[in-house]
Design a protein around this ligand. Structure first.
Ligand code: ARG
Length: 498
């Protein structure tokens, strides 16, 4: 029986007893203990255990063990038969992990401990006991998290592209429809609906670009770094790296085992995705009010109220907005944990995983719902068009028309402002001013100004690269589609979890 102590006094009383790290049925295997006279307190075991979250890395750990077994073989530390036996044990173990037949037990400290037990049970203590040579949980865990993040960059990136794709479909559907463009939430200048929707697409495309860039840094394997200083057994980290789909091994074993900046970088992108999704969601929430009436959400993506029968609520968008807070919190917690940690590995680093796992799990369910909500929403183009010219949103067009007539912008700005003031006094719109009223404000305001006093004229005039003129928006949509297709090539190719 493995020694368990219920209390500190029990521990001191029994500390001299013979210790047994596993029984003959392999009912418990600890990865350490040789120098200890007493077993860990239950309170430590409870605190230390990480299998409830790191078990999701089990398949990566087994992939690492396969590569490690081959490296032991190449270094002459396993003969041909031993390698075959080890790989067979690992294959059977993986099958049992996937089917759920093999799972961690309460006395397994972490994913590595549990899987070592699994190997020992299948390969026997003699052969199974050889697998641990030349590696440490420090280089193992640093490698596994990178493998996991490389796959998740693709999985979450792919789901974000679905959201971007849904926005692009809506942009295409909108054609040349117009809406009020806003700054400070106030009417500013009319824009194409497509232009506005695509403005939400670009940040999402950049998030996936960030994940692709990050992947080139994640593609360095820490395996072979040992606990911190490297391994003495002549195994080649570079071969292990290639075996696991990495581009190369790390240049510095201390850096390899103790840095988590790459985890933090991934976590930032997850938080940024939360922010990007929450911004379009906030707009949808506003557009969905009676006052705006810009959008009708599909029943499948709306919820009702338990007391108010008339209610149809935008819960998907609200949850997106709310979960952005959680995603940022995960990122903040991770950065705070990393701050001030001395080299090399510290156990604090075990706390790097739950924040990113939570982010992945959150986005995994959030993004498909947001994509569905956006894909199925019906935009009310008529209402948007009706509001597009209101709030004197064509005032800049008057000023710029005057500039084209040779008036300095300083003056033109003043003159256009005077037109707005005149309209406000009479509660009319700019196009309601008569030729006489225009001339009274400034003689240079001839009837030619009426040409730009339409939403169509306004958007057509913004024809420079990146502007809202229909031709530019068409080109922009094509360019965004090219970017999206390019990024799909990245997200489609999983490294390990295929
Ligand atoms: N569970 C640890 C982690 O997640 C890895 C094990 C390293 N433990 C140790 N005592 N060196 O970071």
């Amino acid at each position: 029986m493995f020694l368990r102590y219920k209390s500190y006094s029990d521990w001191t009383r029994r500390a001299g007893e013979e210790k047994v790290w596993h029984n003959e049925n392999m009912e418990h295997v600890a990865l350490w203990g040789g120098r200890f006279n007493g077993a860990p307190a239950d309170a430590l075991t409870e605190l230390s255990r990480s299998t409830h979250f790191d078990w999701r890395l089990a398949r990566y750990d087994i992939a690492g063990s396969r590569a490690h077994a081959r490296a032991l073989h190449a270094a002459g530390l396993l003969d041909d038969a031993e390698l075959a036996g080890m790989l067979d044990a690992l294959r059977r173990l993986e099958g049992d992990v996937v089917s759920g037949r093999f799972a961690p037990r309460p006395d397994d400290e972490d994913v590595h401990t549990a899987l070592e037990r699994g190997v020992l049970e299948r390969a026997g203590a003699q052969l199974g006991g050889k697998l641990r040579a030349g590696r440490s949980r420090n280089d193992q865990i640093a490698t596994l998290i990178r493998m996991y993040l490389r796959d998740q960059s693709r999985i979450i990136g792919g789901k974000l592209l679905d959201v971007a794709g849904a926005l692009m479909v809506q942009a295409e559907r909108a054609g040349q429809a117009v809406m009020p463009g806003r700054t400070h939430m106030q009417h500013a200048q009319p824009v194409l609906v497509a232009h506005h929707l695509l403005a939400h697409v670009w940040p999402m495309l950049r998030d996936v670009q960030r994940l692709r860039d990050l992947d080139s840094r994640l593609a360095e394997s820490p395996y072979g770094s040992g606990a911190l200083a490297g391994n003495t057994l002549g195994m080649d980290p570079q071969t292990v790296a290639e075996d696991l789909g990495f581009t190369s091994s790390v240049w510095n074993s201390i850096d390899g085992t103790s840095s988590r900046d790459l985890v933090a970088e991934f976590s930032f992108v997850m938080a940024q995705i939360g922010i990007d999704v929450s911004r379009i969601s906030e707009e949808i929430i506003i557009w969905n009010t009676k006052e705006f009436s810009f959008v009708t959400l599909d029943d499948a993506f709306s919820t009702g109220s338990s007391i108010m029968p008339q209610k149809k609520n935008p819960d998907v968008a609200e949850l997106a907005r709310g979960k952005a807070g959680r995603l940022i919190g995960d990122h903040t917690g991770l950065l705070t944990m990393l701050k001030g940690l001395p080299l090399a590995y510290d156990r604090d680093l075990q706390e790097d995983k739950e924040p990113v796992f939570d982010q992945v799990d959150t986005l995994d369910v959030l993004l498909p719902a947001v994509a569905g909500m956006i894909e199925t929403m019906i935009l009310n183009y008529e209402r948007m068009a009706e509001l597009a010219p209101q709030g004197f949103s064509l005032a800049t067009d008057i000023a710029e028309w005057l500039v084209r007539e040779g008036v300095p912008f300083r003056e033109a700005h003043e003159i256009s402002g005077a037109c707005v003031a005149a309209c406000e006094a009479e509660s009319i719109e700019l196009w309601d001013l008569s030729d006489e009223q225009f001339a009274q404000i400034d003689p240079r305001l001839t009837s030619g100004v009426r040409r730009v006093l339409s939403v169509e004229g306004s958007v057509n005039a913004r024809a420079g690269r990146g502007g809202t003129a229909p031709q530019r928006v068409r080109e922009q949509a094509e360019e965004a589609a090219r970017h999206l297709a390019d990024l799909r090539a990245f997200t489609a190719a999983l490294i390990v979890a295929s």
